[in-house]
Design a protein around this ligand. Structure first.
Ligand SMILES: [Zn+2]
Length: 340
């Protein structure tokens, strides 16, 4: 088959690779209904994270199971499934505690920007629907696999509560999902930091109540004004840069919580600032598996439409353009159509 391979920064190709096959008895092979490009795929694309050799890209996926290994018990061929970008057994102590993203058998999904993909730890990782969803549900189901699950975790980790105030730092796809999550969790006020008109529009649609265009100290000042000098009890940091973390710290009230889901690049903390600031932090790769059944139910019930975050849809053969469009910020997030 043809699949997406990154050969180096800026060099993404749709090229011939070996067909995925069952390597371990706990694997499944799925036929993708659609796939997409993640903001985190842009780190190696921009040369900002190390890569040794060509890499099979793609970790967001949903589709139909075509084959399972001999030890797979719950997942069956013909089922429609969604899985997390982190593969987990869903039985170890960390999984039991709701942190499947730290599973003792943790692996990171790869190779999903392709028509077919191998999913290790299929029983623990995949969640099946009762029926095959309609075609118009596919973008929304696909979004639960990572981008919504990650935004949801940011809201969960930052302890968003009914009637509370949440600040979302970052208006990328994850930030927008953070807005949706905070709103679904009942936050009374959802302030999003965004300078892009198209993203502001979607944020408002997803439940944002205030938009702050300023950044840095000005942005912090503006949010402090909006919160009567108090700050927010829940801050969703959805970027991972020094400036965004600084903003998150600056607007979090004492006793408040920062949920940080942007992979930190060049971020450092001052111990005394943390100590005297009295801010709680929880972050890391999202345990999407914990949220998946609920998120898939919400999608299928028509309560949420996370797939609106895909503002560019391309045939997978044009995946290179999909990366370029996101890199140049012409697209928030690219969905890739998979055809035979
Ligand atoms: Zn586990």
């Amino acid at each position: 088959m043809y699949a997406t391979v990154m050969h180096g920064p800026g060099d993404v190709r749709y090229e011939q690779v070996e067909d995925p096959k069952i390597l371990k008895p706990t694997d499944a092979i799925i036929k993708l209904a659609a796939t997409c490009i993640c903001g985190s795929d842009l780190w190696p694309y921009r040369g900002l994270s190390d890569q040794d050799g060509p890499a099979h890209m793609g970790h967001e996926y949903c589709g139909t199971v075509v084959e399972v290994g001999s030890e797979v018990r719950n997942i069956k061929p013909g089922q429609f499934v969604v899985g997390s970008f982190i593969l987990s057994d869903n039985t170890c102590p960390h999984c039991d505690f709701g942190f499947q993203s730290s599973c003792v058998q943790r692996e990171f999904m790869t190779g999903a920007q392709a028509p077919y993909a191998r999913v290790p730890l299929a029983d623990g990782t995949l969640v099946a629907t009762n029926e095959i969803p309609d075609a118009d549900m596919i973008p929304h189901m696909l979004a639960t696999s990572d981008v919504l699950g990650t935004g949801w975790y940011a809201a969960d980790a930052s302890q968003v509560r009914e009637g509370g105030t949440a600040v979302v730092v970052g208006d990328g796809a994850v930030g927008l999902m953070g807005v949706l999550a905070a709103s679904q969790m009942g936050a009374g006020r959802v302030i999003v930091m965004s300078r892009h008109k198209d993203r502001q529009k979607l944020a408002l649609e997803y439940g944002a109540t205030d938009i702050v265009e300023e950044r840095g100290e000005d942005g912090i000042g503006r949010i402090m004004d909006l919160t009567n000098g108090v700050g927010a009890e829940s801050v969703l940091e959805c970027v991972g840069m020094e400036e965004s973390m600084h903003q998150a710290m600056g607007v979090c009230r004492p006793g408040g919580t920062i949920g940080y889901v942007g992979v930190p690049h060049g971020v450092s903390f001052d111990g005394q600032q943390l100590f005297f600031g009295q801010k709680r932090m929880l972050g890391g790769p999202a345990p999407v598996r914990r949220f998946l059944p609920d998120l898939m139910d919400r999608v299928l019930a028509g309560k949420i439409e996370p797939g609106k975050v895909f503002d560019l849809v391309l045939p997978i053969a044009e995946v290179a353009e999909g990366y370029k469009a996101m890199d140049e910020r012409r697209a928030i997030k690219t969905m890739l159509r998979v055809e035979e």
